[in-house]
Ligand binder design. Sequence first.
Ligand code: ADP
Length: 354
Amino acid sequence: MAELALTDVTKIYDRGQMALDKVSLTVADREFVVIVGPSGCGKSTTLRVIAGIEDESSGEIRIGGEVVNDLSPGARDVAMVFQDYALYPHMTVAGNIGFGLRRRGMTRAEVRARVAKIAEVLEITDLLDRRPAMLSGGQKQRVAMGRAMVRRPKLFLFDEPLSNLDARLRVSMRAEMRRLKEHMPTTTIYVTHDQTEAMTMADRVVVMNAGRIAQVGPPMQIYRQPANLFVAQFIGSPAMNLMDATLTDRGAEIAGQIHVDLPGPTDAGRKVVIGLRPEAVRLSDSGLPARALTLEPVGQEIIVEFETATGNRLRSRLPPDTQLGEKENVHLVFDATQTHVFDPETGTALSRPV
Ligand code: ADP
């Protein structure tokens, strides 16, 4: 168990590809941090640099206070779980989990005891004599996790470990990961492109974009107070609605017509982007005229896309019993307390809901 600290870590690949641009991040002892971001943003590179599989171009990496830049992967005492599990096909489950321990010189009896304990935690005791070919995807995933956990490393590094599993299994493995987190707290960096995994498992979420950290914070803070347009659009499904607007004395105006109240004084005349989550767009008897374009009933709610009289497309989540037909004309109101304001040039949040 240990704290991880990255300071200005930069990685430029051989052909000049800047994969990490001065990434600084501190992960507390026993904290579970999920790095999320689109493909190519540098998530895997971050993990590989921490593990020592890839050399950083500059910057410092500390594990448990010790600078590890010059240590080999083996000497860093981290355990990595990949999406393809990489189990040894000719060994049993017990052999796979215990392999690293035997190489470290533990006696057979010690290895057996540790493997049994881990198998119990992961609920795979009845699989210990099987070979990987006789396991389901979810079972293989557990074995791969067991192999990482049995060593009691300082850090766990997970690279999209659930991405090869079907949707139902992913849900149960997410719950499993949360249970393991309580059971065996170890500093963990977990990489995924799936925002649901990030939101449901993380103590803190790190959102990455183009080799940089766009925001770090607890999941609900990332959702409620995105620091910039990138995070606002990446986190949340359906995505946040965005509209060009101009600030006025009292709030903001969209297309010179629609007034949106904003809390606090504003910088009249300034061009901004207004952001509204789908839950902040509601039907009303009066307000912004709009037409329903598409209706998507998803059980507990209906997701409706509207086209407003100002030419904006807005998505709203409405209660499942809402009486509304396609092409129907309605009026929309916005929840002023949930309005985000961004700078159109830099993307930085100028004001956000508290
Ligand atoms: P992610 O895991 O977020 O999908 P990666 O860390 O794999 O992103 O990649 C970050 C960037 O570095 C991408 O632009 C990718 O093309 C590039 N990259 C990754 N690995 C290599 C490599 N071995 N050689 C050159 N460029 C690479």
